[in-house]
Design a protein around this ligand. Structure first.
Ligand SMILES: [Zn+2]
Length: 263
């Protein structure tokens, strides 16, 4: 439900909604006050408010204002390439850092299974069945929130530290075929969207390297293509120049180099 100028009155953490009702040949206006938990203070004049109800039955009030003043983050003069991974780390940076993913779905899998089992034992529509449905909805919301929280924080951290962020274009279908459920839990695509949004907000350069660009096999020191590299080789030594590589860090450096070349 979206309200523009009328139909509501907003003060600090209370909102009064006006409901219109046809009563005995004329309109009756009922004012109903609600108290809400104010997550953060809004600035500027309110353009519209939206009231939403989620799957758990909780109500959320979204306030859109005219406020546009915004300070972009200071330039750092640093660039980074990032390689997505499934095995060792979620994200490997060209600086050599590895970021692990909390994998919320994996951690709640046992709980999910037992709840689903409990649900299937209950009579559909009974009180116990509804209680189970509510518990499941809450658990799903928690998992989604944990994933989102991790993504936003990671995108924020990257934007604070680097001016240019280069990543690979994802081949999600190929990944899903290889890894199944884990791909959805990691939420690569959602993270890329958040990162892109954060970059445009903070005036960072966001570069995506095409998925046909070779990033894993070339040696980041001399450019030699190591054709013998397989998925299981996590570490390798370049036969040409002799430098020792961590597979993911090497890819991240190649992504950074290819990303800077993208106009
Ligand atoms: Zn080499």
């Amino acid at each position: 439900m979206t309200l523009k100028q009328t139909g509501y009155k907003l003060t600090n953490n209370r909102i009064t909604l006006t409901f219109r009702k046809w009563d005995k040949g004329k309109w009756r206006f009922d004012k109903v006050p609600y108290t809400f938990h104010k997550h953060r203070q809004w600035h500027g004049t309110i353009r519209r408010i939206t009231i939403k109800r989620d799957a758990c039955g909780d109500y959320w009030i979204c306030i859109t204002t005219t406020y546009t003043e915004f300070k972009p983050l200071p330039a750092t003069g640093k660039s980074v390439g990032a390689d997505f991974g499934m095995k060792d780390a979620y994200l490997t940076l060209s600086t050599g850092e590895k970021v692990q993913h909390p994998q919320p779905l994996k951690h709640s899998l046992n709980k999910l299974r037992s709840l689903n089992k409990a649900l299937s034992r209950k009579i559909k529509g009974s009180n116990g069945w509804w209680r189970c449905v509510r518990q499941l909805a809450h658990l799903y919301r928690k998992i989604t929130n944990q994933r989102k929280d991790f993504h936003w924080q990671l995108a924020s951290k990257l934007c604070k530290r680097f001016d240019t962020i280069a990543i690979e274009t994802l081949n999600l279908d190929g990944m899903k075929r290889l890894w199944g459920r884990k791909v959805s839990d990691l939420g690569f695509y959602q993270f890329v969207e958040i990162l892109e949004y954060k970059c445009s907000k903070h005036k960072r350069f966001f570069k995506q390297v095409g998925q046909w660009t070779a990033t894993t096999k070339p040696c980041s020191d001399c450019g030699f293509h190591n054709q013998n590299l397989t998925l299981n080789d996590r570490q390798w030594t370049c036969p040409e120049c002799g430098s020792h590589h961590d597979r993911d860090i090497n890819a991240a450096i190649n992504i950074l180099r290819a990303g800077i070349a993208v106009p």
